[in-house]
Design a binder for this molecule. Structure first.
Ligand SMILES: O=P(O)(O)OC[C@H]1O[C@H](O)[C@H](O)[C@@H](O)[C@@H]1O
Length: 548
């Protein structure tokens, strides 16, 4: 069943037009004024939920802005779209699929119906098999072909079959078995494979080939190289069963590759690649941290799902963050969002969120195929603090572009080595303060700065930030954080009226590469029929290749 709601075009909705008018009134107002007007602003514009404290007071908005943004969510039928997603409607219309990553973390015993069937028992059956396998690898019961225990797990996969596990492995290092390493091969560049495997012992290495489709060029090329690497050392086809397992929705292709489907962990076409780190794609995560921590991660995801589904919009973390983001994206003309985690373990969060957000909402037509007349998904980027401070923060503080930032930090460190955490968090708090309030010309002059230097030392301020503070980074908190961003992206996609779950934009390049591969591999001078630029580049490459 699909929803029958036909929204008024976005820019014609009453709330959108009211926001456009409201923007004209508010665009010049400085955060200094907003804070001066209301001494309670810092506490009033904050939300405590699911273990997070979101301070959104340092944003260029008022109660009226929030009221209008919430009205826009209502007019966009956000409530109905949330229910449509959770209840298994085929909201991914271009691929005619349900979008049920939320079922991956539904508790045992819950009911989520997809095409007339409850999928929760299947989800838990796979989780149970994963747990059994992870325990066997972790305990050393699962042995390699020569009888040695597994010391390194290599996840072969790309996109959604890589970024989540890679991010989570770093994020949960503190909880990981230290005698078992996880590495990642994603890029089709042979240097990735070479560098990851050069110091590994084949008989102590387990490859997890992760691919939803099991046809992705990069992953299949790397998996075949891994197979050859393994066979070259162990010399027996029988060894493959001990050193390869697969995660996929495509059992036929897994078998064709030569992996016994008894060693395959499945998932379903209602899980998008970029929403799959909590499916069997998380097998490497589970092996690293153990089934109990993995379940805590899932519980975290689920808690945020429930919050998103039930909390009123103005007290709803993902909805609020989505609406604030939309305010800058569509009214202030901000092109990007910086995600700045003040936690070493979250170093790969920006890269993970790039796929989650940009592959979901980087669309120029709406769900009905109509060209949009408004901006859609922003460019996501970032780096952990404090590293970024010594590099690109200059532009955020004094550049000509408006860059809304998400600052993410924790009250407690997992590595209490004084004085590090206080210093880290002092920087965390200082940055949002500096960005919001800046430093006026009068303040700079009062410091006795020479006239000619004054303009360089002035900080305009009025640069918006969200601060997301949690107690400490645990598997559960990571799950909540990722679900928060998943639902933020969903909320924005609903308002922009997009299909946030397809990714046609990645297809053209793939198809053209398939056409070019034989042109590069062929030893003869096959005719080239591309444009003159592409032809010249290919000819140059072939010439260099012949000479090498
Ligand atoms: O898991 P796979 O089927 O190998 O897909 C891996 C990735 O490649 C595709 O091209 C898409 O851009 C991603 O959404 C996907 O996660």
């Amino acid at each position: 069943m699909t929803s029958t709601f036909a929204p008024t075009p976005l820019t014609q909705r009453a709330a959108w037009q009211a926001l456009a008018a409201h923007y004209e009134q508010i665009r010049e107002i400085h955060l200094r004024e907003l804070f001066a007007e209301d001494p309670t602003r810092g506490e009033r514009f904050a939300l405590e939920a699911e273990g997070f404290y979101l301070d959104y007071s340092k944003n260029r908005l008022t109660d009226e802005t929030l009221r209008l943004l919430s009205a826009l969510a209502e007019e966009s039928d956000l409530r109905g779209r949330i229910e449509a997603m959770f209840s298994g409607e085929k909201i991914n219309t271009t691929e005619k699929r349900s979008v049920l990553h939320t079922a991956l973390r539904a508790p045992r015993g819950a009911t989520v119906i997809e095409d007339g069937e409850n999928v929760v028992p299947e989800v838990h059956a796979v989780l149970d098999r994963m747990a059994e396998f992870a325990d066997r690898v972790r305990s050393g019961e699962w042995r390699g072909y020569t009888g040695r225990r597994i010391r390194t797990v290599v996840n072969i996969g790309i996109g959604g079959s890589y970024l989540g596990p890679d991010m989570a492995y770093d994020a949960l290092k503190h909880y990981s078995a230290r005698d078992l390493k996880v590495r990642f091969v994603a890029n089709v560049d042979g240097s990735n494979f070479a560098e990851v495997t050069h110091d590994l012992e084949p008989d102590e290495t387990l490859f997890i080939v992760c691919s939803k489709t099991f046809t992705t060029l990069e992953t299949m090329t790397n998996a075949h190289s891994a197979r050859r690497w393994c066979l070259a050392a162990l010399g027996d086809e029988q060894a493959i069963a001990k050193h390869f397992v697969a995660v996929s929705t495509n059992a036929a292709e897994v078998e064709k590759f030569g992996i016994d489907t008894a060693h395959m962990f499945g998932f379903w076409d209602w899980v998008g690649g970029r929403y799959s780190m909590d499916s069997a794609i998380g097998l490497s995560t589970m092996i690293a941290v153990g089934p109990e921590h993995f379940r805590a991660l899932l519980d975290g995801f689920h808690a945020m799902d429930e919050h998103f589904r039930t909390a009123p919009f103005e007290r709803n973390l993902p909805v609020l963050m989505a609406l604030i983001g939309l305010w800058y994206n569509n009214f202030f003309g901000a092109q990007t969002v910086a995600v700045l985690p003040y936690d070493y373990y979250l170093g790969k969060l920006p890269a993970y969120l790039q796929q989650l957000d940009m592959e979901s909402n980087g669309k120029h037509v709406d769900i009905d195929g109509q060209q949009v007349t408004y901006q859609t998904g922003p460019i996501i980027w970032g780096q952990p603090g404090t590293d970024g401070q010594h590099s690109f923060y200059q532009l955020i503080h004094q550049g000509t572009k408006l860059i809304p930032c998400d600052f993410i930090g924790f009250c407690q460190t997992l590595n209490p080595i004084a004085p590090h955490h206080d210093q880290l968090m002092a920087n965390f708090f200082a940055q949002t303060e500096a960005l919001a309030f800046g430093k006026t010309e009068a303040e700079v002059r009062a410091e006795g700065v020479a006239d000619w230097l004054v303009p360089h030392r002035v900080f305009e301020g009025n640069r918006p930030t969200n601060t997301l503070l949690a107690e400490r980074l645990t598997p559960g908190v990571l799950g909540k954080l990722i679900a928060l961003y998943e639902h933020k992206v969903f909320t924005q996609g609903v308002i922009w009226n997009l299909d946030s779950f397809d990714q046609w934009g990645v297809e053209l390049g793939k198809v053209l590469a398939q056409r070019i591969i034989p042109e590069l591999e062929s030893t003869g001078e096959t005719a080239l029929t591309h444009d003159s630029s592409t032809n010249a580049l290919i000819r140059r490459y072939r010439r260099a290749k012949r000479q090498s």
